[in-house]
Design a protein around this ligand. Structure first.
Ligand SMILES: Nc1ncnc2c1ncn2[C@@H]1O[C@H](COP(=O)(O)OP(=O)(O)OP(=O)(O)O)[C@@H](O)[C@H]1O
Length: 511
């Protein structure tokens, strides 16, 4: 049997005279090679289609949305001239010629040479090496200002999402995976850290579709992360306002809680007034007022335009982000409280930042939207004076900004309070308008503080405060609500800068 088999295998075949065993060997070998090739082909094509699917899911963010908004910023003129020791740059919005739309930035000399103000452009390019690729929109040749901003997308991809806070009105944003955000931030690289707040670290990142983002990785400290996450999602997940930082989405994976925001590219007000951005120059009066009016509008929206209204609870200069057009973007809603319909206030554990917290809230925990109005008043004073709300480095009577301001205004020394770094001083009228608004906002009696819509009107009105010579006429003929409200304000405007009874009392006391 064995001899037969071996003689059979040894017989020659018609195929090139090969022996049977050789032909069998060739057939078996070819079959193995074919099977292996088919297998490897299948594996490669599965990998490719997996990558493509992943790409699609990323790209879905901007494409599925019906609410894609494109903000185009076109500069029509950028002119500069050099006063004394630096440069004054004028950026004017194409859509308007109004003086109020101009932003003047007094740039420090250093800026001319350093060519970096930490600013980032509105789009970024994702690279595998670096999570934020080339975010910088700086013209590296001129080194003066990023005046060539391209458009950037504010995106939203409504998607049915489960497992989020019960009260959240979802239907907004995007649920990012941990992997998405690792990719966007180059695995949360130290190089991409923008800053660290009380509740977590904020990273700069770039989504696959080129959208620059800020990713807040909330610290996991005993449930506070969850709380902060829920509050922020509830408070601003569904709101939209030009002056509120936009929450694009979030990530909940295991114990990770992250919030993904639009990236705001020009630092925050605190940095411009007191810190890192000083080196690039100083904000002009116009820029300051533009930022403050934007902030006031955001608060007016939160307090008066939505239900439940939102009390931010932590209004301070570092929470006012600034874009490259010097628009304010209020951020950091981790401490926000929602006030349901018919609720005038809530009592809560006092939180917030020293120097900005309203006295009634600090003393009793009583919180309503007027606490934000007080904090806004402090920020306005901070912008006018360039001083910190509390500064122990100053003489005793100047440590507390609000008290010092009242003292100065009461002693008719208002012109002296303006930040000495402002190159072109505001007109007396503009200064008076800002000071009066601020002093009304920091009235210790919260019932006397204006609503934020009133504060916006005061800051924007060319006629506020009403000139002395027009007062009689107004009182005789004034009829509209606007005029009435101004008259009400003007009634408290007895002496030059004392905008409230409180100020007059201060004045009286100081005499
Ligand atoms: N969307 C954003 N775009 C750009 N930078 C941002 C954004 N959100 C926050 N930042 C920056 O990240 C840093 C940390 O911000 P965060 O709000 O966490 O803390 P904070 O305001 O500095 O401190 P606190 O915890 O007291 O509020 C700040 O420098 C802030 O300007």
């Amino acid at each position: 049997m064995g001899a037969n088999l071996s003689s059979g295998l040894s017989q020659s075949t018609p195929i090139f005279g090969f022996k049977v065993w050789v032909v069998i060997g060739i057939i078996v070998g070819l079959s193995i090679i074919t099977i292996l090739s088919v297998l490897s082909f299948c594996l490669t094509s599965r990998k490719r289609s997996g990558r493509a699917e992943r790409q699609v899911s990323f790209n879905q963010i901007p494409t599925v949305s019906k609410e894609i908004k494109e903000v185009r910023v076109e500069k029509v003129s950028t002119s500069s001239f050099a006063p004394r020791d630096g440069i004054l740059l004028t950026i004017q919005d194409k859509s308007s010629d109004k003086e109020s739309d101009k932003v003047l930035v007094h740039l420090g000399v250093e800026k001319l040479y350093k060519g970096d103000n930490g600013s980032q452009s509105g789009s970024c390019h994702h690279t595998d090496r670096d999570g934020c690729g080339s975010l910088s929109g700086e013209d590296s040749n001129s080194g003066i200002v990023k005046a060539h901003k391209p458009s950037f997308n504010l995106i939203t991809a409504p998607s049915p999402i489960t497992g989020l806070p019960e009260f959240s009105q979802l239907g907004w944003g995007h649920w990012f995976t941990l992997k998405d955000l690792e990719l966007a931030t180059n695995r949360f690289s130290k190089d991409n850290v923008i800053g660290e707040g009380g509740y977590g670290v904020v990273y700069r990142g770039c989504l696959m579709n080129g959208t620059p983002v800020a990713v807040k990785k909330i610290l996991n400290n005993l449930g506070q992360a969850e709380k902060e996450f829920r509050v922020e999602v509830d408070a601003i997940g569904h709101v939209r306002h030009k002056n509120l930082v936009r929450l694009l989405g979030y990530c909940m994976e295991g114990t990770h809680r992250m919030l993904v925001y639009e990236y705001v590219n020009n630092g925050n007000l605190e940095q411009w007034l007191h810190g890192a951005n000083h080196i690039q120059g100083y904000l002009t009066w116009e820029a300051r007022m533009k930022i403050l009016v934007g902030t006031a509008k955001a608060l007016a929206y939160l307090h008066e335009a939505i239900e439940p209204k939102v009390v931010h609870r932590d209004i301070k200069s570092s929470n006012i982000l600034i874009d490259d057009e010097f628009n304010a973007k209020v951020s950091d809603f981790g401490l926000a409280k929602l006030l349901g319909e018919g609720k005038s206030h809530v009592t809560t554990r006092v939180m917030g930042t020293f120097g900005y917290v309203a006295p009634e809230y600090a003393n009793t925990g009583l919180l309503n939207e007027k606490s934000d109005v007080y904090s806004f008043g402090v920020v306005l004073l901070e912008a006018i004076t360039g001083r910190d709300p509390v500064d122990y480095g100053r003489p005793a009577n100047e440590v507390n900004l609000v008290d010092w301001l009242k003292m100065m205004v009461g002693s008719r020394r208002s012109e002296e309070v303006v930040d000495p770094n402002i190159d072109m001083k505001p007109s007396t009228r503009a200064l008076k308008r800002a000071l009066l608004t601020a002093l009304r906002c920091v009235d210790p009696d919260y019932t006397k503080r204006p609503k934020m819509t009133q504060a916006v009107r005061m800051l924007e009105s060319e006629e506020y405060p009403i000139p002395r010579e027009n007062r009689w006429q107004r009182r005789t003929h004034g009829g509209s609500m606007e005029i009435e409200s101004q008259r009400e304000n003007s009634d408290t405007d007895q002496s030059d800068y004392t905008g409230s009874r409180l100020d007059r009392r201060t004045h009286h006391e100081s005499e």
